[in-house]
Design a protein around this ligand. Structure first.
Ligand code: AMP
Ligand code: MG
Length: 413
């Protein structure tokens, strides 16, 4: 039995071989999900001008001091300022301007009286501006006013490098007038499957054949992670076909060649042979279950990651090894897993390898509880689709009672 390498060590070794992909400028409209390669600072104050946060009347607060419902303070209206316009003049004592939310506060005014606190009542109904307005409640300087630069000041940091842009981030960039941003380009990931037993859904399932499912899973996960997927299809256990896929991946300028199966001591596994003819390859036995065999190497200059072939092994291998690589390629900081501490709802046994068990995690009264979602065989996709988490049993632990606390990686968004 050769040496088992730990999950941690294999992941560290893999990650050192990758760095973030180059950057490019993209129009703001296409920036969703892309990762900023440079920090963004505000080019101007936001809001860019002092404005009203209410529909009402811009006033000099001191004028309103004696106002009450019984004894309104009457002010002469000298301007009407809808949103999008502005008033060049100045408000003097005894005067007011009708103003709408978002309109610039006129010179001289220092507060806004909401329309509800005037003789007009509830709200404006499209009526013409009155000649004077009765103020029913005093306001203090600054009331219902959003000062220029309240949100961000010119030159202030707004978004840091390594941010995956969310809709609200893009909204902020738009409000600061950006038309494009500097981001990492999309990493290009080629995906293929190998095996004489594999056929595509739609083809006949003749004796001994199964449908290729790993490509579907790996393509979906890769897309979900924000990378570009290039589907290279299937290769038979045939050195020429396998070589043709690697050549195609190089032509496609892949940042990573991702595959499953076909790298073992199996008599018909040609992936190893092909890679070794044009690059280098390490075959690891990782101290984990499922997903023990893992291949990492390079075909010409393109990194290659070969996951174990069984469908759940490939899925778990993706979560453990591929996702952190893709995040790094995209320019994101080290992956923070979405995980919780969960209490087991049943006794658990493993063979002592670090185990990634398919489980359903529910939360009751603030406590996460995990139960296994079905048979844990590494070929059983059905128990994987019943699961919403991978429950992690550390290496060296072979049995756990009900109520033991484990880390669970949450799988669903
Ligand atoms: P291998 O690593 O080639 O020995 O494959 C291990 C197991 O995974 C075998 O039962 C294969 O039939 C199965 N397998 C390999 N590739 C795929 C695939 N793309 N889709 C579904 N099952 C696969
Ligand atoms: Mg095979």
């Amino acid at each position: 039995m050769s040496h088992l390498i730990s999950v941690q060590e294999s992941l560290e070794r893999i990650l050192t071989a990758f760095s973030p992909v180059e950057t490019e400028a993209v129009p703001l409209r296409e920036a969703y999900g892309r990762v900023l390669s440079r920090p963004v600072t505000a080019p101007f104050d936001f809001p860019p001008f002092t404005n009203s946060s209410m529909d009402g009347f811009a006033v000099i607060a001191a004028d309103t001091l004696p106002a009450s419902t019984d004894k309104p303070v009457w002010l002469r209206t000298v301007a009407d300022i809808p949103a999008g316009s502005h008033f060049d003049g100045s408000i003097r004592p005894g005067e007011a301007a009708r103003i709408m939310t978002g309109a610039p506060l006129p010179e001289g005014a220092d507060a806004v009286v909401p329309v509800e606190s005037t003789h007009i009542g509830a709200r404006f109904d499209g009526s013409a501006m009155p000649e004077k307005v009765g103020i029913l409640q005093p306001v203090s300087p600054g009331d219902n006013v959003r000062p220029r630069g309240q949100d961000v000041r010119a030159g202030a940091p707004v978004l840091s490098a390594g941010t995956a842009l969310r809709p609200q981030d893009i909204g902020m960039l738009a409000s600061l007038g950006f038309t494009s941003v500097e981001v990492h380009r999309l990493p290009r990931i080629t995906v293929f499957s190998t095996g004489d037993e594999l056929v595509q859904p739609g083809e006949d399932l003749t004796p001994g054949k199964i449908y290729d499912s790993n490509s579907y899973v790996l393509r979906g996960l890769t897309r979900q992670s924000g990378c570009q997927v290039i589907d290279l299809g299937l290769a038979k256990d045939d050195p020429d076909q396998v070589r043709a896929l690697f050549e195609e991946a190089v032509r496609q300028q892949a940042d990573l060649i991702l595959s499953s199966a076909g790298v073992s001591v199996g008599a018909h596994d040609y992936v190893r042979q092909v890679i070794e003819s044009e690059g280098e390859l390490s075959l690891w036995r990782v101290n984990m279950r499922p997903g023990k065999p893992l291949t990492f190497g390079r075909y010409q200059n393109v990194p290659f990651l070969g996951l174990a072939g069984n469908p759940v092994s490939a899925f778990v291998g993706y979560q453990v090894f591929v996702l952190p690589v893709l995040q790094k390629l995209r320019g994101l900081p080290a992956l923070q897993r979405r995980s919780v501490k969960a209490v087991t709802g049943e006794p658990i046994r493993t063979d002592g390898r670090e185990s990634y068990l398919r489980a359903r995690v529910t939360v009751e009264g603030g406590i996460y509880r995990a139960v296994l979602s079905g048979h844990q065989g590494s070929g059983n996709l059905f128990s994987l689709i019943q699961a919403n988490a991978l429950l992690i049993v550390p290496s060296g632990v072979k049995s756990l009672p009900i109520g033991a606390e484990l880390v669970a990686w949450l799988l669903d968004e």
